[in-house]
Design a protein around this ligand. Sequence first.
Ligand SMILES: [Cu+2]
Length: 65
Amino acid sequence: MEFEIPDMSCGGCANAITRAVTELDPAAKLDVDVPVKIVTVTSRLPPDRVIRAIEAAGFHPSLKD
Ligand SMILES: [Cu+2]
């Protein structure tokens, strides 16, 4: 699943987002592209849980389809 996160602006943001998701699912894989503000997540978690975890870290993701 792919998320657009407009307020992700640097490597610190990328790390915070990765940490938030892997806390919930240690097996999750994230591919973070900061310049285009896209995060691709491979996880058994449903998208709404991933969104809530990223929101709790202070960002505003939206699911891309
Ligand atoms: Cu940042």
